[in-house]
Design a protein around this ligand. Sequence first.
Ligand SMILES: [Cu+2]
Length: 115
Amino acid sequence: MHALLRVAAITALAATGATAITVSAIGARVYDVSQKGRAFQPAALVIKRGETVQVLNDDADLLHHAYVDAPDFTFDSGDQEPGEKARIVFPVVGTFAVLCGIHPKMKLTVRVEER
Ligand SMILES: [Cu+2]
């Protein structure tokens, strides 16, 4: 990262808190995924290693609970109340299923490619 950008990232971090760390310090994309109506939308993504998938519980009255359980990568959001977002950073290359612990039919496939 360019030195000026790094300074900007640190300044943003000081100003706005943790959200700025993930976006600015890594400098990688964040992919937003809806869970409305008990379905991940989009249902499939192709991203680069180190990028972030942000799953939002945009259902008004349902809990969701996103998790990944792969041999080389695991993630667990805990219960997501309506309005809550969970950020999943994928550190390894591969194809991963993001599932919901509450709604077994929900599935998001994330293919992570080398940068
Ligand atoms: Cu769910």
